[in-house]
Design a protein around this ligand. Structure first.
Ligand SMILES: [Zn+2]
Length: 287
């Protein structure tokens, strides 16, 4: 594994303009990466995986290798980061002592791993990597599980390397290709939503199964309903955030989340959190 590759992987993880530039550019870059890597690993970004109830969950980056799949969640927060593997929220503190909180990225990625595992098969090893940008300092982050890494970007190479060196080869080249092909389809959000709906219909006939899943469920990622992100359905909340309450940050871009009200559709009148950078960032979650 050449170190140059990790510089490219970092570009993939932290390229903020990516979402707006799918298509030709994506294909060209991927071909370059695949050529560079030979058969050792393949990268995909922005994978929408079907969950229950016609919903999807979005994975930032996967790195598919003979060891298994590295599932990468990138975070661009500034300031001092405090967090515990078991807590629901983590805190980012700015130099002026302003505190903001964000959903625990380990739990967020655990949801990704759970649905990815269902999709690719439970026998494929999955490794959870939470990668923070240079803009922050991981002041006190407590992680007990050895298979989960919470790191800053300059530690990515070392983190992957340490897993790589201890993990057995589990996937043949053909399996890496097969998984890549399968997940590549899921970078198309429409396809993912379609599959999620099919899954939802099937789920009606598997109620016993669903009940079992519900029992095992950890605190799951705040739900994102894609259809709500349409501009026409959104209006900005007039009220200012309650004083004394730490503000929520967007898990995608690090800006503040604001309370909004759905104007149209089945959720009309319901409040939800949306990114303050809308429409540049379309992240939303249930209240
Ligand atoms: Zn955002």
């Amino acid at each position: 594994m050449a170190k140059g590759f990790f510089d490219m992987l970092l570009d993939e993880i932290f390229d903020a303009d990516w979402k707006g530039h799918r298509g030709e550019k994506l294909t060209e870059r991927e071909l370059k990466l695949v050529g560079f890597l030979g058969r050792k690993g393949k990268i995909l970004r922005n994978i929408y995986l079907p969950k229950e109830k016609g919903e999807t969950t979005e994975i930032d980056v996967v790195y598919i290798t003979q060891k298994g799949i590295f599932v990468i969640e990138s975070k661009n927060y500034s300031g001092w980061i405090f967090g515990d593997e078991k807590a629901t929220y983590w805190t980012a503190m700015l130099p002026n002592k302003e505190k903001n909180r964000f959903y625990n990225p380990i739990k967020q990625n655990r949801t990704h791993l759970k649905w990815l595992g269902k999709y690719v098969g439970e026998e494929v090893p999955l490794f959870s990597l939470i990668v923070f940008s240079e803009r922050c300092e991981l002041k006190k982050v407590t992680v007990d599980s050895p298979e989960i890494k919470v790191i800053k970007r300059d530690r990515l190479y070392a983190a992957v390397r340490s897993i790589w060196d201890t993990a057995e080869d589990k996937l043949a080249e053909e399996q890496v290709d097969e998984i890549y092909g399968m997940l590549q389809k899921m970078t198309d959000v429409d396809q993912a939503v379609k599959e999620a709906h099919v899954k939802n219909i099937n789920a009606k006939y598997k109620k016993a199964d669903a009940a079992e899943t519900a029992l095992q469920e950890d605190v799951s990622e705040p739900t994102v309903q894609l259809q709500e992100a349409e501009e026409s359905n959104i209006q900005k909340a007039e009220e200012a955030p309650e004083p004394g309450v730490e503000e929520l940050l967007c898990p995608r871009c690090g800006s503040k989340l604001v309370l909004r009200t759905a104007k149209k559709g089945t959720n009309a009148g319901n409040q939800f959190y949306g990114c303050s950078r809308f429409p540049k960032c379309r992240y939303i979650q249930n209240r």
